[in-house]
Structures are given as C-alpha cells and as structure tokens.
Ligand binder design. Structure first.
Ligand code: NDP
Length: 231
C-alpha cells in the first residue's frame, strides 16, 4: 500500500486528491489548517480507514517540524504540496501593490513547499516511489505571461518552479524525484465557476502524471495532461 501526504486537503484540488487516492486504497495523510471544521474531509475519513487527518498550517514551520516528528516512522511515497493562495486584489496594479500579501504569497506558495520537501525528506527516502509533487501554475511561467498583473501570485509560483528545479537536481542523487504540475484552470474557490475543467478531470490527469513519473522526468514542469510547459 502506497502513502501520500497532501497539504491543503480540506477543499478544492487537495480534497479531490484525497477522494481519489483513498478510493484507490492508498494510505492518505491529509493535512489542513482547521480539521475541526473540515466537514467534507471528515466525512471522507469516517468512510475510509485508510485516510487520516492532521492539522497543518504550512505557513507555520514549527507545525511542519512537529508533524514530521509525529510521522517520523512513516514511509511517504508521494508528498503533494497543494496548499496555495492567490492574494492579488483585482485591479490593484502599480501604485496599489500590497507588499504584505506578497510576502504571504511567497511564504505559502514558495517557502512552505520547500520546507515540506526538506522536512519530510527522511520519510520520502524510506518509500518506494520517493516523489515530491508541487502544484504550481502556468501563471508562474514567464514565457506564457502575455497579460501581466497578479505580481505576487505569478512571482511566487515562478520562484516555486525555480526552487523545485534546483531541488530536483540535488535530490536526484538520493533517487528522490520532483514534479512540478499545473492543474489546468479548475473550478474551485480559487479557479472560480467559469474555469474550464472540473476537479475530477484535473486530479485524474495529475495522478496519471504521478503514476507514470520516472527519474528521467525529474524537475519537469508539466500540465495535468502531461504537456511540457515553458518556464
Ligand atoms: P482553493 O483556494 O480552492 O484551496 C486552497 C487550499 O489551500 C485550501 O485547502 C486552503 O486551506 C489551503 N491553504 C491556504 N493557505 C494554507 C496554509 N497556510 N496552510 C495550509 N493550507 C493552506 O485552491 P485550489 O484547490 O484551486 O488550488 C490548489 C493549488 O492549485 C494551489 O496551489 C493553486 O495555486 C493551484 N492552482 C489552482 C488553479 C485553479 O484553477 N484552481 C490553477 C493553477 C494552480 P483553507 O481552507 O484553510 O484556506
């Protein structure tokens, strides 16, 4: 039985990862900021014994350290850095930029993903699959940026990509893989109702990329359908 650890598992793409992996008999370690009010996740946990829920605010690195200590004997096949925020206010361009929100975006979208990878490396190394997956965004691509705006989101995801690419090179020695995935434009609280695909489609596609991953593909930036994306 394989084990996956997912951040931001209470709604959106994180919750759908939990649904699909539990249904397919993986051991799922679901983490979210407030398990006490994570109703959908808790009802899933009541149905499936292979799903466990832990509190984790990824912006609080002491919580990441404490969870890693609690799970010190686990082997984790796949770590999914899914938690993320979009903190740019609509219409707030130059002259109205919110630097505090920008710092928060960097903390959650970039630094926390690296901290998770670093802290859970021993558990990943114990596993068979040894894969770190970071949910990024095509909005982090500089080559694709034709419309501008969203400075904090775009730059925090571009930085996530750069950091994960470097980790992929460093960790290859230990046979630990790194995959950077764009989920598509997905109907979630973040993606909105007009988004083009459902969480089911996006997560099925991303799971397929995870399943067919091998170390030759480490450090790649792919969309949910497996197409390679420009940096
Ligand atoms: P949602 O806004 O629907 O969900 C975001 C999740 O991240 C929530 O579970 C939220 O928890 C969690 N989260 C936010 N901050 C923290 C934190 N400090 N600690 C732990 N969890 C946190 O977004 P999506 O499901 O759409 O997005 C998931 C990922 O996919 C993100 O990284 C996003 O950037 C990326 N993405 C999404 C796209 C889309 O179209 N939907 C497109 C491209 C990328 P809480 O409920 O507690 O706030």
């Amino acid at each position: 039985m394989k084990t996956v650890l997912i951040t931001g598992a209470n709604r959106g793409l994180g919750l759908e990862f939990c649904r699909q992996y539990t249904r397919d008999d993986w051991r799922v370690i679901a983490t979210c900021r407030h398990p006490d009010i994570a109703n959908d996740l808790n009802s899933l946990a009541r149905q499936y014994a292979n799903l466990q829920v832990h509190a984790l605010d990824v912006a609080d690195f002491s919580q990441i350290d404490a969870l890693s200590q609690l799970l010190v004997n686990e082997s984790i096949d796949v770590l999914i850095n899914n938690a993320g925020i979009y903190a740019d206010q609509q219409g707030c361009g130059v002259g109205q930029l919110d630097y505090q929100a920008w710092e928060k975006s960097f903390l959650i979208n970039t630094l926390a993903a690296v901290k998770m990878a670093e802290t859970f490396l021993p558990q990943l190394q114990k596993s068979k699959q040894k894969l770190i997956v970071s949910i990024s965004s095509l909005m982090g691509s500089m080559a694709d940026n034709a419309s501008g705006g969203s400075l904090s989101y775009r730059s925090s995801k571009a930085a996530l990509n750069a950091a994960m690419k470097s980790l992929s090179i460093e960790l290859c020695r230990d046979l630990v893989g790194v995959l950077i995935l764009h989920p598509g434009w997905v109907k979630t609280d973040m993606g909105g109702k007009n988004a083009s695909i459902t969480v089911e489609e996006s997560v099925s596609g991303m799971r397929q990329q995870i399943e067919i991953f091998n170390l030759q593909k480490t450090g790649r930036f792919l969309n949910y359908e497996g197409a390679q994306l420009p940096w």
